[in-house]
Design a protein around this ligand. Structure first.
Ligand SMILES: [Fe+2]
Ligand SMILES: [Fe+2]
Length: 192
C-alpha cells in the first residue's frame, strides 16, 4: 500500500505554501494500484497545479504592473497563461468528475458511473489536451527566450519565471504518469 499525502488547500496566494513538487520521491508509481495512482494524481499533481496557477496569476499581474515602460514579453505570456489556466482547470474537472471515477470503477469490475461509450476516443481527446498544454508551455518559452531575464528585470520577474519552470516540471511528471502508466493500463485491460 502506498501512502498518499493530501495537500492542504491554500485559499490565498500570500498564505499559500506550495506543496513539495516531488512527494514520496522514491515511489515507483508504476507499481501502485490504479486507485492509488489516481489518488496521487489528484491529491498531488492536480492540487499542485491549481495552487501554482493561482500563485502565477497573482505574480503575473504584479509583474505586468511592475514592468513599467520596459520592453517585455509579459503581454504575450499573459495571453498564453490565460489559455493554459482555462484549459488545465477544465481538464482537471473532467478527469476528476468523469474519467477517473469511471476508470477506478471499471478496473474494479463494477459499473462505470458514467457511460464510456467510446473510451478510446475519450483517451485520445485527453492526450490531445495534454499536447495542447505542452504546446502552450513551449509558446511561453519561445516568447521569453527560455525564461531569460533581461539585464534589468522588473521586481519579481525571476520568481515568476521560476514558478513557470516549477509548474512545467511538475506537469511533465503528471502527464507522463497519465499518458504512459494510467491510460495504457486502462487500454491493456480491454476497457477501450
Ligand atoms: Fe491529470
Ligand atoms: Fe490529464
Amino acid at each position: 500500500m502506498i501512502g498518499v499525502a493530501l495537500t492542504p488547500p491554500g485559499p490565498s496566494c500570500k498564505a499559500m505554501t506550495m506543496p513539495n513538487s516531488i512527494p514520496n520521491p522514491g515511489t515507483d508509481w508504476r507499481a501502485a494500484s490504479t486507485p492509488e495512482l489516481v489518488a496521487h494524481l489528484v491529491a498531488h499533481h492536480h492540487a499542485y497545479a491549481r495552487q501554482a496557477l493561482t500563485h502565477l496569476e497573482a505574480q503575473l499581474e504584479t509583474a505586468v504592473k511592475e514592468q513599467g515602460g520596459r520592453p517585455s514579453p509579459l503581454g504575450q505570456v499573459t495571453v498564453f497563461f490565460r489559455e493554459l489556466q482555462q484549459d488545465l482547470l477544465a481538464h482537471f474537472a473532467m478527469e476528476e468528475g468523469n474519467l477517473f471515477p469511471a476508470i477506478v470503477a471499471m478496473m474494479d469490475g463494477g459499473p462505470a458511473p458514467i457511460a464510456l461509450s467510446t473510451p478510446r476516443e475519450l483517451l485520445l481527446t485527453i492526450e490531445a489536451e495534454h499536447q495542447t498544454v505542452e504546446e502552450l508551455f513551449l509558446n511561453i518559452r519561445m516568447v521569453t527566450a527560455d525564461y531569460e531575464l533581461p539585464p534589468e528585470p522588473a521586481p519579481g520577474l525571476d520568481s515568476l519565471y521560476q514558478g513557470f519552470l516549477d509548474l512545467e516540471d511538475d506537469l511533465h511528471r503528471h502527464l507522463y504518469l497519465e499518458n504512459h502508466v494510467l491510460y495504457p493500463r486502462v487500454l491493456g485491460q480491454g476497457l477501450a
